[in-house]
Structures are given as structure tokens and as C-alpha cells.
Design a protein around this ligand. Structure first.
Ligand SMILES: *Cc1c(COP(=O)(O)O)cnc(C)c1O
Length: 378
């Protein structure tokens, strides 16, 4: 164990405490922020929001991007765009950050949990297919869960730690079953599946720019889509559903105040300029970790087949719960931050009565996966 701590300290070139993930502001961040402050347009109107949306859409190869205050808000709106309504059901993975399930719950919909794949840690197409075949039928172009009588409206796979899941197979299954595909790509900016950017496979995709994500605006998020009508609707309901007018205040439905402030967008435009550099650094770190851990008989998690991962959060897969706990305790005690993967969503009080498939792979990861320092090294 001491060897691991020494290696990480040497890699990050410091004897001080090493956090899990620190943001890096080494580009035009201060310049754009100052410019934004000087312009006085620090709130929900201003040129940086539009610039960011244009640049982001170009980066991921989608037609439209709509910036939001955070990733949870982006997911919430994405689900609304997918027509998810109160009492509908949404299939997702139990191995995810709470935001995925919170967004589903804000609408009054309920998650259904299917298992993840062992090689991707993302939603398993086999598990999804089995669930649908065993529980659902198509009636009048809707997927009905016969166990509950409810409509299964959407499926939200998540690209865990930036490693792409089998998104094309998932998309095919969703198409057959009349289920909207909404990608939680919060962790996967810069990750590709078969050369197509994650988040762009479904009807809509959501990204996050929280403080620990690969690029950050302090807090922020974005929705991407190729559908012009959905993009317009996203912009409308994230900006209080106000009908555009130079001075009249008229709103045509209950909207949300989810627009990303220009101040945050200024930071984000500068961060996005650095993305390629950040990605190269993370890939380089992954190579170093892989070499070190494999020579020490520890399983370091690498990108799955057919994909290019952003290696947002680096992770090791330990042998069992005891080794996991020992690893967490030793590293955190010795100045190297590490963190276990999330407690499974179906084990949380709020979601413990949700319908589940067999979740043995999710459980396997819950007991073994630990994230290790992953910041961009300067
Ligand atoms: C970060 C994250 C989000 C969004 O989080 P915000 O903090 O609201 O930006 C959503 N889903 C997953 C899986 C995430 O990791």
C-alpha cells in the first residue's frame, strides 16, 4: 500500500495532500471573466452563453446545445423533452450519481433499475432487453410495464467515469420498444463510442460542468439535440417560458429558471478551449496508472472496446470489500484522496421500492471500485 501512495505522490510531483479531482484554470479564464464583468452582462443574457453553446455543439457534433445552471437541470429538462410525465417509468442503472434519479423524480416519474455490463460499468443492453421481454408489451406505440400498468417512457444510460457504455445496442432496443433514449453524459465530455461523441446518440443528451467534472464553470450543464423543435423548447422552458419581446413580460406556461449565467459561461468558454490538453493529460495519467497497477497485480479500469474514454475519474477494481476498505483507509490516511463508487441507487431509502432486475454486476462494482486522484497534471 505504501508503494501506491508513493507512486501517486511521485506522479503528481508533490508531498502535499492530493485531492481526487481539482479544476485547472490555465487559459483565458481570467481574461473572459474580467471582460464579462466589464460588460455588466453577468446574468442570463450575454455573448458568452451563445458562444459557449455554439462551441459546445461543434465539439460534440450535435446541431444544438442549450446551456443550463447545472447537469441535474439539464437532465430534468432532457426528460421533459422526451415527454416523460408524472407516473411514467424511466429505466436507468443503479450504479450512477444521485442526479440521474433525482431528475426522474422531479417529474414524478419512477426509476426502474437494470444491471450494468462488467466491461463498461454502464447500462447493459442484455439486462435492458431481458427486463423488457419479461415485463413489458407494446400497446398503441407505447411500452407498457405489465407489472405496474405504467408507461415506460425513457431509458437513461450513463457513461460511468467517462467510459462509454454499449450505446448503439441500447439505442436499437429503445427504438424497437418505443422508448426515448436520453443519455446522461455528465461524466463523458471527450468520450466517443465508435468515433461518435457520447451524448449524441439519443433524442437528447445532458452534460455537467460541476466543479469536479473534466471542464467546469463552477456549476453548469448543457442539453444537446439534433432536433430543432426540441432545442427551441429547451431554450423556452429553461428561460421561464417567456415569450421573446423587448419589454413585455408574458409567459405561456410554467417554466424554469435554469439558464446558465453569462459569468459561468465566460469561465466555460475558456475551459472548453483547454479540453484537448486536459484529455491528453488524463490519457497519459491512465497509461502510467495502468503500467504501475498491472505490475502490482491490481486491476486498473481501462476504456472498453470500440470506444475512446476521457478517463475523467481514474479507478481501480479491487478484489473484495475488505481490500477496498483497506485501500480507502490507507490512502486517505496518507494524504492521497480516494473514494468508493456510489452506493447503489436501489439501496437508498427513496428508491428502495423501485423495480429492479438482477443487479449482480452493479453490486460487484459497488464492493470493489475505488476512484483515485485524477486531476490534470500541469
Ligand atoms: C455530475 C453528474 C450529474 C450532474 O450533476 P450536477 O452537479 O447537477 O451538474 C448527473 N449525472 C451524473 C452521472 C453525474 O456524474
Amino acid at each position: 500500500m505504501q508503494k501506491i501512495v508513493d507512486f501517486i505522490k511521485q506522479t503528481f510531483n508533490t508531498q502535499e495532500f492530493i485531492p481526487l479531482h481539482e479544476p485547472r484554470f490555465i487559459g483565458n479564464e481570467k481574461k473572459y471573466l474580467n471582460d464579462c464583468i466589464d460588460s455588466t452582462f453577468v446574468s442570463s443574457v450575454g455573448k458568452y452563453v451563445a458562444t459557449f453553446e455554439k462551441e459546445f455543439a461543434r465539439t460534440v457534433g450535435s446541431k444544438y446545445a442549450i446551456a443550463t445552471v447545472n447537469g441535474t437541470a439539464a437532465l430534468h429538462i432532457s426528460l421533459l423533452l422526451a415527454d416523460v410525465k408524472k407516473d411514467d417509468e424511466v429505466i436507468t442503472q443503479p450504479l450512477t450519481f444521485i442526479a440521474t434519479c433525482n431528475a426522474i423524480s422531479y417529474i414524478g416519474a419512477k426509476p426502474i433499475f437494470v444491471d450494468v455490463d462488467l466491461d463498461t460499468m454502464g447500462l447493459s443492453p442484455e439486462s435492458l432487453k431481458n427486463f423488457l421481454e419479461q415485463n413489458c408489451e407494446i400497446k398503441e406505440n407505447q411500452c407498457i410495464n405489465q407489472t405496474t400498468g405504467k408507461v415506460v417512457k425513457a431509458c437513461v444510460p450513463m457513461h460511468t467515469f467517462g467510459h462509454p457504455c454499449r450505446i448503439l445496442e441500447i439505442k436499437d432496443i429503445c427504438d424497437i420498444w418505443h422508448i426515448a433514449l436520453v443519455e446522461d453524459a455528465a461524466e463523458s465530455l471527450g468520450s466517443y463510442y465508435k468515433d461518435k461523441h457520447t451524448g449524441t446518440f439519443g433524442k437528447v443528451g445532458a452534460f455537467s460542468f460541476n466543479g469536479n467534472k473534466i471542464i467546469t464553470s463552477g456549476g453548469g450543464g448543457v442539453i444537446v439535440t439534433d432536433d430543432e423543435a426540441l432545442a427551441k423548447r429547451a431554450k423556452h422552458i429553461t428561460t421561464t417560458a417567456k415569450i421573446p419581446h423587448p419589454y413585455e413580460y408574458v409567459h405561456d406556461e410554467i417554466g424554469y429558471n435554469y439558464r446558465l449565467p453569462n459569468l459561468n459561461a465566460a469561465l466555460l468558454v475558456a475551459q472548453l478551449e483547454q479540453l484537448d490538453k486536459f484529455l491528453a493529460s488524463k490519457r497519459d495519467l491512465a497509461t502510467k496508472y495502468k503500467e504501475f497497477f498491472s505490475s502490482n497485480n491490481i486491476n486498473f479500469i481501462t476504456e472498453p472496446k470500440d470506444s475512446k474514454s476521457n478517463y475523467w475519474l481514474q479507478a481501480v477494481l479491487l478484489d473484495d470489500l475488505k481490500q477496498r476498505n483497506d485501500f480507502l483507509e490507507f490512502t486517505n490516511k496518507n494524504g492521497v484522496m480516494s473514494r468508493p463508487i456510489w452506493k447503489l441507487m436501489n439501496e437508498l431509502e427513496m428508491f428502495k421500492d423501485c423495480q429492479c432486475t438482477d443487479l449482480k454486476n452493479s453490486k460487484y462494482f459497488e464492493e470493489r471500485v475505488v476512484n483515485i486522484p485524477s486531476s490534470v497534471i500541469l
